[in-house]
Design a protein around this ligand. Structure first.
Ligand SMILES: Cc1cc2nc3c(=O)[nH]c(=O)nc-3n(C[C@H](O)[C@H](O)[C@H](O)COP(=O)(O)O)c2cc1C
Length: 388
C-alpha cells in the first residue's frame, strides 16, 4: 500500500493524492486551461536547461538560506497561493499548509479564495505569511480585505494579475466539478469511490466556504453552479497599472505582482514600485499557449537589473528545477501543485513531506554542482540543450 513513507518524490505524492481524492478534485488540481499546452510546457521547459557542475569545490559548509519579500527562508522556495484548500484537505483546509510552513520555517501564501478567514490562517501558526490579492469589483470589500491582511500581520502582498476571468478548464467541465463539489447522480459514483474523502467533506462544517467573504452568499450543496458563475463575476475587469500603483503606495511592506510574463510588464512593475515580480502563468490554468515562466527568467533579470526580486513558479517538481531557476537569475521559486499534492496525500504531514523532498533534492543538487551558497550559483552552471 502506498503511504507517505514510500513517497520518494513529488510525482509519488501526486499518485498517492490521486488515490485519496475524487476524480473531479484531482482534475481541478492537476488540470490546466484549453489544450493544456502551457501546463505541459511549464514542466518540459526545465529539461531544455542543463546543469553544468563545477567539480573539486569545497562544499563542506553548505548555506541555503535567503531573504525574499522581506522574510528569511531556509531555502529559495516557499508555498504559493492556492484557493479552496478545503477541497484537497476537508478536515484542516488552509491550516495544514500554514502549519507545515511554520514547522519548516518557510513562507506561506494565503489566497483571497481561502476556505478559512485570513485571520484564522494567521493565528494558526507563527510563520511569515504573504497575502495573495484578487481585486474584486466591490471596491469596499477589496479595501477591507487589505486592511484585514495588514491587521492580521501578513508581511507582504502578492497581487495576482492573470485572473481577470477564470481560465477555460475543460477537465472541470467534463468531470462535472463545481465549487464546492456537488454530489449529483453523475458525480456520485466518483465520490463514492473515495469514501474517506467524501465522509470528511460531508462532515466539515466550513471547509468549503468563502472564508474571507462572509458577506457574500456562501456555497451550499444545492446551488453550486450558481456559486461558480458568481465567482467568475467577482473579479474587477478594469484593473490597471494605476490601481496596482495605488495599492503599492498604500501598503507599507513588500509587494509582489504575480502573473508577469514579459520583460515589458516586469519593467512596468519595477516602475510602479513593486518589490518583486512573480513570473507565473498560474500553473497553466489561465491563458494557454504562453511561454513557461522559467524561459523568461534570464531576459527579465537582464532587463530589471540585480536589485528587483524575481520569483518564478510553474512546473517546479524537483530540487534541480529550483537550482536552474536560481542559476538563470531568480531569487526564489514558489510552489503550487508540488505542495498541493502533499496536502491532498496527507494534510500537514503531506505538505511537510513535499517540502522535505524539495529541500533534500535542492541541497544534493547544490553539492553535486559544486556550490556551497546561493551566491555561488550562476549562469556558469547552466546551458541550453543543443538543437532546441
Ligand atoms: C489548485 C490550485 C489553486 C490555485 N489557486 C490560486 C489562487 O487562489 N490564487 C493565485 O494567485 N494562484 C492560484 N494558483 C496558482 C498557484 O499560485 C501557482 O501560480 C501555480 O500553481 C504554479 O504552478 P505549479 O502548480 O506547476 O507549481 C492555484 C494553483 C492550483 C494548482
Amino acid at each position: 500500500m502506498t503511504t507517505l513513507k514510500n513517497c520518494f518524490n513529488i510525482d509519488d505524492l501526486g499518485r498517492l493524492a490521486r488515490k485519496r481524492l475524487p476524480v473531479p478534485v484531482t482534475d481541478y488540481v492537476e488540470g490546466g486551461a484549453d489544450d493544456e499546452v502551457s501546463l505541459a510546457n511549464n514542466i518540459s521547459a526545465f529539461s531544455r536547461y542543463q546543469i553544468v557542475p563545477k567539480v573539486l569545490q569545497d562544499i563542506s559548509a553548505l548555506t541555503t538560506a535567503t531573504e525574499v519579500m522581506g522574510c528569511k527562508i531556509p531555502h529559495p522556495f516557499y508555498i504559493s497561493a492556492t484557493g479552496f484548500s478545503g477541497m484537497m484537505c476537508p478536515t484542516d483546509a488552509e491550516l495544514a499548509g500554514v502549519r507545515a510552513a511554520a514547522s519548516r520555517r518557510t513562507l506561506y501564501t494565503a489566497s483571497t479564495f481561502s476556505n478559512l478567514p485570513l485571520e484564522d490562517i494567521a493565528e494558526a501558526s507563527p510563520c511569515n505569511k504573504l497575502f495573495q490579492v484578487y481585486v474584486l469589483n466591490d471596491q469596499a470589500l477589496s479595501s477591507k480585505l487589505l486592511e484585514r491582511a495588514e491587521k492580521a500581520g501578513y508581511k507582504g502582498l502578492c497581487l495576482t494579475v492573470d485572473t481577470v476571468v477564470g481560465g477555460n478548464r475543460e477537465r472541470d467541465a467534463r468531470s462535472g466539478l463545481a465549487i464546492p463539489p456537488r454530489l449529483t447522480l453523475k458525480s456520485m459514483f466518483q465520490y463514492m469511490m473515495r469514501p474517506a474523502w467524501t465522509i470528511k467533506y460531508l462532515l466539515s462544517s466550513n471547509s468549503m466556504s468563502l472564508g474571507n467573504f462572509p458577506e457574500l452568499p456562501q456555497p451550499s450543496m444545492g446551488d453550486s453552479q450558481a456559486f461558480t458563475q458568481a465567482l467568475g463575476t467577482l473579479f474587477k475587469k478594469d484593473l490597471t497599472w494605476d490601481d496596482a500603483k495605488k495599492m503599492i503606495d498604500s501598503w507599507e511592506g513588500p509587494f509582489a505582482i504575480k502573473g508577469i510574463m514579459s520583460v515589458a510588464d516586469a519593467l512596468k512593475a519595477k516602475e510602479v514600485g513593486a518589490t518583486a515580480v512573480i513570473l507565473s502563468n498560474h500553473g497553466g490554468r489561465q491563458l494557454d499557449g504562453t511561454p513557461a515562466p522559467i524561459e523568461l527568467v534570464e531576459e527579465v533579470r537582464a532587463a530589471v537589473g540585480p536589485d528587483m526580486e524575481i520569483i518564478v513558479d510553474g512546473g517546479i517538481r524537483r530540487g534541480t528545477d529550483i537550482f536552474k531557476a536560481i542559476a538563470l537569475g531568480a531569487n526564489a521559486c514558489s510552489i503550487g501543485r508540488a505542495y498541493v499534492r502533499g496536502l491532498s496525500a496527507g494534510g500537514q504531514e503531506g505538505v511537510e513531506k513535499a517540502l522535505d523532498i524539495l529541500t533534500s533534492e535542492f541541497e544534493r543538487c547544490m553539492i553535486l554542482a559544486g556550490c556551497s551558497s546561493l551566491e555561488e550559483i550562476g549562469p556558469q552552471h547552466i546551458r541550453k540543450r543543443i538543437n532546441d
